[in-house]
Ligand binder design. Structure first.
Ligand code: MSP
Length: 596
């Protein structure tokens, strides 16, 4: 069976997982599912990058030891991927002893090869990117100020690999996708490569050098440590290594870490006489309404929070469909809802319901011979369209894959063919599994191959009714535009007022929002549905005084990210010269009671 390795970057544990991490992980999981259906043995690798100055600093800010802190955040990543049912085969932590041993073993091999020498690094360093920036006082990648460093260090002879790297990219023009990223890398290499500092002596949080070197002050540079996780996870350095996966490795990375993979990693692999990966798949960034996610702006979105509001598959579908891989995408809740309603609720959801409806008068029974005669020409056309999906996937044009798949759904809105469910599975595994069960098929490579080899005719089939898989999401307004002055005192129409979704709810939990002296984070029960609302009332109410109290809230405002949290509505209050008071019903009413 053909082997394949799909990897995500291993994520830094300086902070909790966010939407960008989830995006990379969804791509990797989709590719694993797709290639597994093709009959390949796919190993999906993810994990956490836990050493280095950045993590040590974050840990000390939180008054924890680096390992305690790393373990806590690493667990958050694992929980996040488990929540999204990511089908990973191994979750590596760079603090695993097997990984640390593999790093030392790799260093020994590089030393024996004469690729490492001792010197002093004098120049600048960006702690956020964990990269040496020679003379730049601001980091060319993230624009943050760099710090001056002068320390004893071991170096890797990267310059000696310049020609071999160019040769590799000449011989493998598709080793990096999209192609413009490959060209970027090639011109970077042509400008000349400096040797790379691969140990640090100004802090201790890293893999120690092999003991025989007797260099207790040195720890391994975090990028060498991290990149080696791709092979330590396969047992590199042990007798049971499964290194041939590397020949068929597909590394999914964001554009921010292209250079580390396309240059350092390839050179390290060459030095270790290991096979080079098959492809580096470089995706763009998700911006939030046009702005880069950042803690200081307070617009960092967490994927699980979004999934809890809009559904895990809605989020996964949106991210994979909305932006062409390689380009930046703009995330907004409005766009997510629009796409969900158009593609999932309308096209796919209607197809399923229509099919169930059509067969209802026949007690759900479908005789395939009739449908086949009737639809024969269409089947051939759809089959060709489905065949073209392979090409899009190979080129990593995931949004085109989905676009084309949806064309087929649109075209066959009143008919049925099982193979489409297979193609749906990598993107929407949960829905596809439900549909497969409904259509009496098993989502396995064997049955997939059978359907694709022209055996797509349906045997007679009896379908039970099926619940709506994608109930429509409520549209939300993009921004509340300021009311022009002259309109401010005018009457409003009753229908405008009735658009407001005002309800009574009970505060079940109230907490201070870290780093804000204004905001409280309230969990409010609106009759079975608990919403999170952030409210600027911290100066007027203590969290404890609010729990159990009923309040009135406006619920159909667009969800709003604030300080890393999302607010899903607004609690009503009145203010006068004495401050601000929450509005509450005179008598107790049921949670979720409409205000009108
Ligand atoms: N630890 C290194 C990777 C080592 S791999 C051997 C690292 N970690 S990271 O936590 O910073 O994760 C970076 C990756 O997260 C990016 O390459 C990208 O895959 C993903 N994203 C982070 N922010 C992102 C967006 N705003 N949008 C999309 N993905 C982004 O770098």
């Amino acid at each position: 069976m053909q082997k394949m390795l799909v990897t995500t970057p291993i994520y830094y544990v300086n902070d909790s997982p966010h939407l960008g991490h989830a995006y990379t992980t969804f791509i990797a999981d989709m590719l694993k599912k797709y290639h597994s259906l093709q009959g390949k043995e796919v190993f999906l690798l993810t994990g956490t990058d836990e050493h280095g100055q950045k993590i040590a600093l974050s840990a000390s800010k939180h008054h924890l030891s680096p390992l305690e802190y790393a373990s806590k955040i690493s667990q958050k990543f694992r929980t996040e991927w488990d929540y999204f049912k990511i089908d990973y085969n191994h979750f590596v932590r760079t603090t695993d002893s097997t990984h640390e041993q593999a790093v030392q073993q790799a260093l020994d091999t590089m030393l024996a090869k004469g690729d490492i020498y001792k010197g002093t690094y004098e120049g600048n360093y960006c702690v956020s990117c964990e990269s040496f920036t020679t003379n730049s006082t601001t980091c060319p990648d993230c624009n943050r100020p760099t710090s001056k460093v002068a320390e004893e260090s071991y170096f890797f002879r990267l310059s000696a690999y310049q020609e071999r790297l160019l040769d590799f990219y000449n011989k493998h023009p598709h080793a990096i996708l999209p192609l413009f990223r490959r060209n970027e890398v090639v011109s970077f290499i042509k400008q000349g490569l400096h040797d790379l500092s691969i140990t640090r002596t100004s802090f201790e949080w890293g893999v120690p050098l092999p003991r025989h070197l007797n260099e207790p002050r040195h720890v391994v540079y975090v990028w060498l440590d991290a990149l080696l996780s791709y092979v330590s996870s396969l047992g590199y350095g042990t007798d049971n290594a499964n290194i041939d996966y590397v020949n068929h490795a597909l590394h999914i990375v964001g554009k921010d870490i292209l250079r580390f993979h396309a240059i350092y990693w390839v050179a390290f692999l060459m030095s270790l006489d290991l096979p080079i990966f098959q492809q580096l798949c470089v995706h763009g960034w998700w911006l939030i309404e046009g702005v880069k996610m950042s803690k200081s702006i307070g617009n960092v979105l967490n994927a699980k929070d979004l999934a809890q509001s809009y559904g895990a598959e809605a989020l996964r579908y949106f991210l994979l469909r909305e932006a062409p891989l390689g380009q930046d995408g703009d995330f907004s809740v409005q766009a997510l809802i629009r796409r969900f309603n158009a593609d999932l609720s309308n096209t796919l959801g209607n197809l399923i319901q229509r099919l169930a409806g059509l067969l209802k008068p026949f007690s759900g029974e479908l005789k395939s011979t009739h449908t086949l005669e009737f639809y024969a020409p269409l089947y051939t056309q759809w089959q060709a369209q489905l065949e073209s999906l392979k090409g899009y996937l190979q080129e990593l044009q995931l949004h085109r894959y989905l676009e084309e798949l949806w064309r087929v759904f649109e075209a066959c809105n009143a008919t049925i063919a099982k193979e489409r469910v297979f193609y749906l599975y990598p993107v929407l595994p949960e829905s596809a599994s439900k549909l497969a069960k409904w259509l009496h098929i098993s989502l396995e490579p064997k049955s997939f191959q059978a359907y694709m080899q022209k055996d797509f005719l349906l045997p007679a089939l009896k379908l039970a009714p099926i619940e709506a898989l994608y109930p429509k999401l409520e549209e939300v307004q993009a921004t509340t535009k300021e009311t022009p002055k002259e309109a401010q005192n005018a009457y409003i129409k009753f229908e405008d007022f009735s658009k407001l979704d005002l309800q009574v709810g009970t505060i079940v939990k109230a907490e201070k929002v870290p780093k804000s002296d204004k905001l409280l984070c309230l969990q409010i029960d609106f009759g079975g549905r608990v919403r999170q609302i952030l409210s600027g009332i911290a100066k007027y109410y203590s969290p404890e005084s609010l729990e159990g109290k009923q309040v009135c809230a406006l619920l159909n405002l667009p969800p709003r990210p604030m300080l890393g949290l999302v607010s899903e509505g607004m609690v009503l209050s009145a203010s006068d010269k004495d401050g601000l008071k929450l509005i509450t019903p005179l008598e107790l009413v049921s949670n979720g009671a409409k205000i009108g």
